[in-house]
Design a protein around this ligand. Structure first.
Ligand code: PLP
Length: 421
């Protein structure tokens, strides 16, 4: 069964018409397909079944605890980048022994929380951080397992905002300095070196940067053997791209085929950190047309979702396909050049620019496709807009996995000081 398709004239998620979801929870809302989530995870995990590995789902892509629970039940681990994500992971039932912690700015509190939780390892991004982890571990009378994140200086050929493996980026330790940093790590009492980590970027469309960077990392693993450091975990990061428009991204099997010859004699557990490729195509942002506005130069379709709900178009100029929920609209011959914009008071507030689309009427429902990754997880309350619900569809069932916020949620934690009372 396709996860998103037209059936009896209406666009469906699994066996539920989007119209029904709009009736049940209102718009805008995020809608995720259970079947698609499961399938994406399984196909990724199965591609590497011949090598010992952990598929550590990158929580930042979509961090709803129902999604995390579902992936935990499928055997996922987690890649986290904050104490908040660790909290979510533990609440959702992800096993600490499968959690890895990345990020350039871990605080003492976050390091302590992760040590208390006995996570698998820290992916360390700088020498200063290494010293901090050693110190906090000492204070807590424990030791920390770490991997050093290496910046292999490989161009992943993706959007600059989501490139992370170039020399000029803030992530990781340069390949030239890596051996010295590992040497430093061996002198620290509360540090146990267990791995090497890399992550070169996101929405990758080719496996070659993966392969090249892996070769660099494998050279390093050899060098490390020379100085008596045995690497047990090799973390190759995330980054596989998905289809937003007509891109043809590499599949997990392509990646497996490309890298497995390099791994033949390696006695390491591999760690993967896929985010977008697991959840991206499993989610849709369901929105409603509010108004049409035709200016002399341009036609605008004003909808009820905005950049605060889905920031990717504004932030990266990202493309998201937009499908009318009524099939008759989809099939309409007449298409018009429109900008699909939200109510936020910013010119950068758009979901689509210069798009040829059938012109919708007020009240029409639209599905913004491929919104499962970096959608809700990047949402904000800008313009004091309520954050929208998330819905998990499982065959015929509609499960609200995050309620729509209400006005009191907006001011929770705010206070008016006494002198103003
Ligand atoms: C963001 C991130 C990922 C996930 O990237 P995707 O492109 O969503 O697969 C994995 N690892 C690290 C360290 C990240 O920062």
């Amino acid at each position: 069964m396709p996860d998103f398709r037209y059936l009896d004239g209406e666009f469906h998620c699994e066996s539920v018409p989007f119209r029904k979801i709009a009736e049940a929870v209102g718009t805008p809302c995020y809608v995720y397909s259970h079947a698609r989530l499961v399938r994406q995870f399984r196909s990724f995990d199965a591609a590497f079944k011949d090598v010992p590995h952990i598929t550590a789902y990158a929580i930042k892509a979509n961090s709803n605890i129902a999604v995390l629970r579902l992936l935990a039940q499928e055997g996922a681990g987690a890649d986290i980048v904050s104490g908040g994500e660790l909290y979510r992971a533990l609440q959702a039932g992800l096993m600490p022994q499968r959690i890895v912690f990345a990020g350039v700015g871990k605080t003492d509190e976050e390091i302590g929380y992760a040590l208390h939780s006995d996570i698998l390892m820290f992916n360390v991004e700088s020498p200063a951080e290494l010293l901090a982890i050693d110190r906090v571990a000492g204070e807590l009378k424990t030791h920390a397992r770490v991997a050093l994140r290496i910046n292999p200086d490989i161009d992943p050929k993706t959007h600059p905002y989501i490139s992370t493996g170039l020399k000029k980026s803030k992530f990781g330790i340069s390949a030239e300095r890596a051996v010295d940093e590992f040497k430093l790590a061996t002198t620290l009492k509360n540090i146990e070196i267990v791995g090497v980590h890399k992550h070169i970027g996101s929405q990758l469309m080719h496996v070659s940067p993966y392969v090249e960077s892996l070769k660099k990392i494998l050279d390093l693993v050899e060098q490390l053997k020379g100085i008596g450091v045995e690497i047990r975990y090799l973390n190759v990061g995330g980054g596989l791209g998905i289809t937003y428009q007509d891109e043809i991204p590499p599949q997990p099997e392509d990646l497996a085929q490309a890298i497995s010859p390099l791994l033949k004699d390696l006695k390491c557990v591999l760690i993967f950190e896929p985010g977008r490729s697991i959840v991206g195509n499993a989610g849709v942002l369901l929105i409603k047309v509010l108004y049409q506005q035709a200016n002399p130069d341009k036609t605008f379709l004003i909808v009820d979702a905005a950049m605060n709900d889905l920031i990717r178009p504004s932030l990266y100029g990202a493309y998201h396909e937009i499908k009318p929920v009524q099939e008759a609209r989809e099939k309409a011959k007449r298409k018009v050049l429109v900008d699909v914009v939200g109510p936020v008071c910013e010119s950068g507030d758009f979901l689509a620019k210069d798009r040829m689309m059938p012109l919708g009427d007020p009240g029409d429902l639209l599905a913004v496709m491929s919104a499962g990754a970096y959608g809700f997880s990047m949402a904000s309350n800008y313009n004091s807009r309520l954050r929208i619900p998330e819905v998990l569809v499982r065959d015929r069932e509609i499960h609200v996995i995050r309620a729509r916020e209400e006005y009191p949620d907006l001011i929770r934690g705010e206070t008016i000081p006494a002198f103003l009372k």
